[in-house]
Design a protein around this ligand. Sequence first.
Ligand code: FDA
Length: 475
Amino acid sequence: MTRLSSDLSPLIRVPSSSSSSEFKSDLQTKTNGGKNIVASSSPGLRSSGSIRKIMNTTSTTSQQQKQSAHQQSSIINNDNDDPFAKKYDNCIVGAGLSGSVIAEQYATNLGQTSLIIEKRHHIGGNCYDYVDADTNILVNLFGAHLFHTKHERVWEYVQKFAEWVPYEHKVLGKVNGKIVPIPVNIDTVNALFDLDIQTTEEMNVWLKKEQVEFKDDDGNTRAPLNSEEVALTRVGQRLYDLIFKPYTFKQWAKYPAELGPEVLSRIPVRNDRDGRYFSDPHQALPKGGYTSIFERMLDDPKITVVTNTDYFEVKDRLKCDRVYYTGPIDSYFADLGWPKLEYRSLSFERVVQEDTPGYFQQAAVVNHPQNVDAENGKEVDYTRIVEYKRMLNQTSDSTIYFIERSKDGGEPYYPVPNKENKDLYKRYQEMAEKEEGVTFVGRLANYKYFNMDDAILNALELFNEDTKDMAKRRG
Ligand code: FDA
């Protein structure tokens, strides 16, 4: 395991406290101090495991190299000093799930070569994780990643690259000073409204009374037109006001009425006591983390990976038969001078709490939908807190958690699905369709939120589609 020394990490150290309210006020002071730490400066680094060869290509002094060892440009699986000198069957922009699956499929099924260009210092895209050097806890750099799927093809595919540990994700929310299950279920409603609902039938009756129906001009029930209407049809006004409206505003800086119906339609509401966040048949975490999945996927001499390199800076030097582009579609067409597509991003404030063999909070993820903590009247400007120690049953004398805040600018995470963005994306999509020899793939190129399993399925199907003729020729 390679690690950087901990003094490289900007972090907030919090003394452990036996009293949670004492700690909460401490946290509040620290977070209000404005020390927002974006996790890209996090100190941990995973071992490069099965990767055959990593070469640094930037020229830095040995001291600089030591200080930013995990930010060096690397060539992976390449025997040639100049990866751009060679011709490849495929050039792939982005070493996230979409790009890595495409490269793996071409190598495994057709014996074709791929050059992957990645602008970040690491492979894995947003799924990248690493072992935090101060706590020895495996954490995600870009927010919690929980794998869940109903697609047998995807589940079968991911078995090749990891041992999977069953993990049913549970999320709690702090609402009106109470810790309640999210998504809303019988226990949430009982706790928040002082009820004693016991059965699914009783919950259905309660929900029915709360739910709002929308009618068209002819008096017929119509589908919700925006996310406010979605929430009202599913949970009614009271839960909407307590949870969905403030949380959505924190997350998107827009009220649900300003967002397309798809944003809140992903949030399930339960009529039983099921406290799981997802209901897919396969829910698991990779035992060795996500980064090691990518290391295995890309561990093929036919795949070359160059990190710390922006595609647009090396584009003219590339020699390949076809290109798969998994970056933002508007960056690809930047020369057109059209408006940029809007994204929401996140900041992750890293907090290490020493002398804590147990945990900081009651679940791996606790959501904070409200703007004020009803317990102490203090402002809550964050959306959720993630404590990774609770995933994969990790043990450590300390704990680490990340306080998430939503923001504009920064890494593009969530497309903002309003009418302007959808219309603008359509214009970019029309340009993409005309682009010869380039396939646009993945969440950024499609301006669409993909779960990991969607990204994998999409890439597998696209590979099949693109190679139908080649597979036939091979017989
Ligand atoms: P991804 O963004 O991972 O990869 C694209 C790559 O292209 C990036 O590495 C980028 O640096 C690179 N790139 C872009 N432009 C480039 C350029 N010009 N030159 C070179 N490289 C370039 N899913 C799930 O199933 N469960 C979960 O719990 C979560 N949680 C979650 C949390 C957060 C905060 C986010 C933002 C997302 C999730 N996801 C998730 C979704 C998951 O991250 C997503 O499905 C995959 O990352 C999609 O993989 P892609 O390869 O399409 O994009």
